[in-house]
Design a protein around this ligand. Sequence first.
Ligand code: PLP
Length: 387
Amino acid sequence: MDIKALDQQYVAPTYARFDLCLVKGEGSHVWDDAGNEYIDLGTGIAVNTFGIADQQWIAAVSEQLGKIQHTSNLYYSEPCARLAEQLCLRTGMKKVFFSNSGAEANECAIKAARKYGENKWGEGHTTIITLKDSFHGRTLTTLAATGQEVFHKDFLPLTEGFVHAEANNLDDVKRLADEIPCCAVMFEVVQGEGGVRPLTKEFLQGLEAFARERELLLIADEVQTGNGRTGELYGYMNFSITPDIVSTAKGLGGGLPIGATMLGERVENILTAGMHGSTFGGNPIAAAGAVNILSRIDDELLAGVRERSEYLWNELSGADGIVSVSGLGLMLGIECEKDAGEVIAACRERGVLVIKAKNKVRLLPALNIPMDDWKKAIAVIKEVCKK
Ligand SMILES: *Cc1c(COP(=O)(O)O)cnc(C)c1O
């Protein structure tokens, strides 16, 4: 039986997969099981930060694999402590809780915010304002946080305690904060699954001022925007704001599952022994890989991200068949006159793998994609989008 048939028979049908089975890769190149080669602009949804089979990352992971693969959180372990140190030193955050995915990183952020609200104002003062068209994960609580009805239906009742404001509308946030006993506002600086839509600097800075005034926490969901993706180490750094909690995952592990919730000084000690935990959280192999990834997201790499981004904006803005370009750094959305699904299929036929976000073609290439590959891939997209 071939892989596709096997998968369709035995794997739960929750994914609309592309008709493609990937078997290996090198950097920004991947091969399918028929030997066809592609330039990969999806990186497993912003996960393979330095592409596939990156030698430095493999060395870091392999070295740890040969020492100890898992300890549980009953013991100290070096990679976890080193990674937490690096995250704090580079963000100014104070403490880190490790988990295994973006949804879990957000769950911890939500628990910390609720505890903060309860400590400060008493029981029930724990509602979190999130934004419409946001995406925060698939657990019942992070679904409740997600401001998109399509994800909610069929799974009611969801966790209580979330209200959704219009993105980029500070008055709407203020209105909700006046009506409901809130403890925090949670947002993605670029809404990824919501269609690669950046929030405005004006909104984010106004939000920060309002949150400070009301002593509400600012939670930045940097699961997708984090780890160099937007041209800064974390997306919020593009907007000169300081969140109280930053959650991240996807690109941090370079391909291994990891989630991290960074806690700033207002909440650094809010979760105490026994209040939260994760068996795999801070796993030595994932953490050793992440230490390597993080150490390489330096000024030079970030300048390269911005340069590649600029190249795309210059090439595609106003080009034939392109309605608009959106996003930040190497988290990019392209609205085409043609249907996004058609464009994606045509790109694939020409050896370029891209993905979708709402009605847009979404690009999330490796942060170090060679300029040659990037240029080639953009030329293909441009050609395909032409009317
Ligand atoms: C992908 C994503 C999540 C969920 O991450 P998982 O690892 O799939 O649980 C949460 N928030 C944002 C912004 C994301 O892009």
